[in-house]
Ligand binder design. Structure first.
Ligand code: CO
Length: 291
């Protein structure tokens, strides 16, 4: 893909940092060590986002067992591979491989059962899995997925030195790989040389955060260190965010329109009510999920 250079857009009043989050080391799947950055207690605050896991390890023992078959219902999973390769297979017969820089966007809808397994036995495995909620009316929609190889992720550079990959939403007029009408997610991977600045306009009511995975940045004079998430304040007057690189840095910026609906979660099922969760478990046990 050819990379265009665009004139950097600026925001009038930038959001501040509400809170810096460390994340929690957890083990998921068949023993994969990950850092859960967006945890369940933050789901309401960061609505429509339900979870963000960061994985990054050069020790095969941390990731090699992968995520054998498991179900999902009621939301979308967005897997973004920085390094490494992961094969996914699902109950609808779909299969694909995400490799360096690629994305898998899966809408679980009424249900899929899938596996996500590393395809390398050594070397660095690094990436993210983000969970994006579905509005109540779409929770039982037909499952859908798309593999987006790295070269199909739109990318641009700004005249201020930022290089930006647009996984979802729109940035500086560049349309991302995926658009979603209900939650209007923006998902950017931003590389910044030291002292470079990147500004992104954001609707004031949209919830937003950044996660730093190289270097260190500052947002509204507040340092956001490596491997930290910063929740961006929703000030009614602020029209965006300004990220300044303290050193060579790379961050993801995620924002979206809150759904404002009840969130009921039981493991891999995210619905609106307890009754719907009970139904999801019953459907799974009866083999109706992903059938
Ligand atoms: Co999964």
């Amino acid at each position: 893909m050819t990379q265009q250079t665009v004139k950097a857009q600026s925001v009038r009043m930038a959001r501040g940092v509400e809170r810096v989050i460390n994340g929690q080391a957890v083990t998921d799947g068949a023993g994969v060590k990950i850092k859960r950055v967006l945890t369940q207690p933050l789901q309401r605050r960061l609505d429509p986002f339900l979870m963000l896991d960061a994985f990054g390890s050069d020790k095969p023992g941390d990731y090699i067992a992968g995520f054998p078959e498991h179900p999902h219902r009621g939301f979308e999973t967005v897997s973004y591979m920085i390094h490494g390769s992961m094969r996914h297979k699902d109950s609808a017969g779909n299969e694909g491989l995400i490799t360096d820089g690629g994305v898998q966007w899966m809408t679980a809808g009424r249900g899929v059962a899938h596996s996500e397994m590393p395809e390398q036995t050594d070397g660095l495995m690094e990436g993210f899995q983000l969970w994006l909620n579905l509005p109540a009316r779409d929770k039982m929609s037909a499952p859908w997925y798309r593999d987006i190889p790295s070269e199909q992720v739109p990318q641009f550079a700004t005249d201020q030195g930022a290089t930006v990959r647009v996984i979802a939403g729109v940035s500086h007029g560049v349309q991302g790989a995926v658009q979603r009408a209900a939650t209007e997610p923006i998902y950017l991977d931003i590389s910044l040389p030291a002292n470079a600045v990147f500004e992104q306009s954001l609707p004031p009511g949209h919830n937003a955060f950044i996660y730093v995975f190289r270097g260190q940045v500052a947002v509204d004079q507040q340092d956001v260190p490596l491997q930290r998430m910063a929740i961006l304040a929703n000030s009614p007057d602020a029209d965006g965010v300004r990220i300044v690189a303290s050193q060579d840095s790379r961050v993801i910026l995620v924002a979206g329109r809150p759904l404002g609906e009840p969130i009921a979660q039981y493991g891999p099922f995210v619905m609106n009510t307890q009754e719907e969760l009970v139904q999801a478990v019953e459907d799974f046990r009866a083999g109706r999920l992903g059938a």
